[in-house]
Design a protein around this ligand. Structure first.
Ligand SMILES: NC(=O)c1ccc[n+]([C@@H]2O[C@H](COP(=O)([O-])OP(=O)(O)OC[C@H]3O[C@@H](n4cnc5c(N)ncnc54)[C@H](O)[C@@H]3O)[C@@H](O)[C@H]2O)c1
Length: 447
């Protein structure tokens, strides 16, 4: 067979791929069935695609095939319906990728201990896909990563297997922007940004996402899409740092941070309110800026605002411990030996995710300084704090009253804040969960 004959076949196959995506008959493989991959798989299945969810975690695969989801964004009923209708199944067998028309990679991108990017999951997943590559496939990377990953890392893996980007493999980057537990914005409500290695790669990826999201923005390259995602989270990180610094300043000036922010937010343009908290947690806001700072260091540039924001945000857990110590001191008690009950250890409200949660650092430091710590969290039955497993307790009236200080670290909606401020002797509220409630003077301390 001549090259042109091969090319001719591929061209037909490429248009067949396009036809299948347009007709929703393409088989889609989603690599990584975590907080990002599972809701995406569900949205694609809902749109009519047959979806294979690939994950290396066998327990997760078994649970998913039994109809037990692990994220608030996909309900048990929705998963059961996908399985029943044959639109979805999970597997740990990577050979399934060879049967897919589209492969979407949603694996973790954490940091190493040195706070450099750990790109090993992306490499492993892309290698799996490249090893099983068959003409003609659309392969999309969704994991948040440093600018250049798709072009410099993913493309060569496919080229090494003889695949030609834009000819027989269509490669693109499209960042996931999901906010787990957000009831207002799910995958299907958030516009997608798509940057392909070639124009055709971009167009094919946009065609796919057009079936599940309200709007697809096509950009000129994967690098633009990669950087756009990092910029979104750097923006959030820097603004949270600014709110945290405002809180530190308001504490010294004796005014309420929340009142200042709400007053500023009455301006109808040019201001976006962000609120202080006990620090940054989760897999994104605290991690993604480090990906950009690392890339920039390699390019001879120090990202100064990113560094400063990180410094401020990372100082917040210690600040919270100081507020607890001061609150106890005002009651003539010391932190050493005090009984502290923390409400919430998840990194944000409504979820059970404790990755990078600042609550863990607050609890560890309190314990280190001699406090007896316990926690309540309806979403986290147990958690390791400074190498010791703690089990969640019920925040009963007796426990709230018995604690020397209750510290609100996650503003889960399940907690009864009215009762909390009625019965607790002193509350350090790092999330403004009690804001506006009638608190006896001096009993509630906020950031
Ligand atoms: N969680 C969020 O809020 C969020 C939002 C937007 C973007 N992101 C980004 O999306 C990516 C995924 O994050 P997540 O929160 O879904 O992670 P997660 O840890 O919840 O899920 C990742 C899944 O991938 C699986 N996995 C790892 N390596 C694999 C491999 N080689 N093959 C198959 N499965 C593999 C893991 O077992 C796990 O189930 C990250 O880059 C993250 O930064 C996350």
């Amino acid at each position: 067979m001549t090259t042109s004959a091969v090319r001719g076949t591929y061209q037909v196959t490429a248009s067949e791929l396009q036809r299948r995506i347009a007709a929703r008959t393409a088989r889609v493989g989603v690599v990584g069935q975590g907080y990002v991959g599972l809701p995406l798989a569900a949205a694609l299945a809902r749109a009519g695609f047959a979806v294979t969810g690939l994950d290396t975690d066998l327990d997760r695969v078994t649970a998913l095939n039994a109809g037990r989801p692990h994220t608030p964004d996909v309900s048990g009923e929705a998963l059961a319906a996908m399985l029943r209708e044959g639109r979805y199944h999970a597997t740990a067998d990577a050979s399934a990728l060879g049967r897919c028309d589209v492969v979407i990679i949603c694996v973790p991108t954490p940091l190493r201990k040195s706070r450099d990017p750990d790109i090993s999951f992306v490499v492993a997943a892309a290698e799996e896909a490249a090893a099983r590559f068959r003409p003609t496939q659309l392969v999309i990377l969704e994991s948040t990563t440093y600018p250049g990953t798709t072009q410099e890392l993913v493309v060569p893996l496919f080229e090494a297997r003889g695949a030609r980007p834009g000819v027989d493999v269509f490669l693109a980057f499209s960042p996931e922007r999901i906010d787990p537990g957000n009831a207002r914005y799910g995958v299907q409500d958030i516009p997608k940004v798509v940057g392909g290695v070639t124009r055709e790669c971009t167009a094919l990826a946009a065609l796919l996402y057009g079936h599940v999201v309200p709007r697809v923005l096509q950009v000129s390259s994967p690098r633009v899409a990669e950087l756009a995602k990092l910029y979104e989270n750097v923006f959030r990180n820097v603004n949270i740092a600014l709110a945290n610094e405002l809180a530190l300043m308001c504490g010294r000036l004796g005014v309420s941070t929340r009142e200042v922010i709400d007053a500023a937010a009455s301006k109808p343009f040019g201001f976006l309110p962000f609120y202080p908290g006990p620090g940054i947690g989760g897999h994104c806001i605290g991690v993604d800026p480090a990906y950009l700072a690392w890339t920039m260091r390699l390019n001879g540039y120090e990202a100064r605002l990113i560094r400063l924001a990180e410094e401020i945000n990372r100082s917040m857990p210690d600040h919270v411990v100081e507020l607890v110590a001061q609150a106890l001191n005002r009651q003539r008690r010391s932190l050493n030996g005090a009984r502290i009950l923390a409400l919430g250890v998840a990194y944000k409200r409504g979820v059970g995710d404790t990755r990078e949660s600042p609550a863990l650092e607050v609890l560890a430091t309190l314990a280190e300084r001699g406090a007896e710590v316990a926690y309540a969290d309806p979403h986290v039955p147990e958690v390791a704090v400074a190498g010791r497993m703690l089990k969640a307790v019920e925040p009963t009236e007796e426990r709230l009253a018995a604690a020397d200080c209750v510290v609100v670290l996650t503003d889960h909606p399940e907690f009864d804040y009215v009762r909390l401020i009625e019965v607790a002797s002193v509350v350090v509220d790092t999330r403004d969960a009690t804001y506006g409630l009638p608190a006896p003077s001096g009993r509630v301390v906020t950031l």
